[in-house]
Design a protein around this ligand. Structure first.
Ligand SMILES: [Zn+2]
Length: 67
């Protein structure tokens, strides 16, 4: 039972605070130290998809017969 003597780590005391959040307003995912992010013009995005959305790109599927 020794391994429990120190108790569980306090989630409030975690050093792993988010340093920023995704600059995509519809995402705003927390960004932590060590995360891979996309930096565009000083704004951080959690993924290339978020960056593309923020720039106005829209993901879509090409329907048959379209191009
Ligand atoms: Zn995001």
């Amino acid at each position: 039972m020794d391994r429990f003597s120190q108790g569980l780590p306090d989630p409030q005391a975690t050093p792993n605070e988010p340093i920023d959040e995704c600059a995509n307003d519809s995402c705003q995912k927390d960004i932590f130290e060590g995360d891979k992010v996309w930096n565009y013009d000083g704004d951080l995005y959690c993924s290339g998809k978020c960056l593309a959305q923020a720039l106005g790109a829209v993901e879509m599927t090409i329907e048959k017969g379209e191009k």
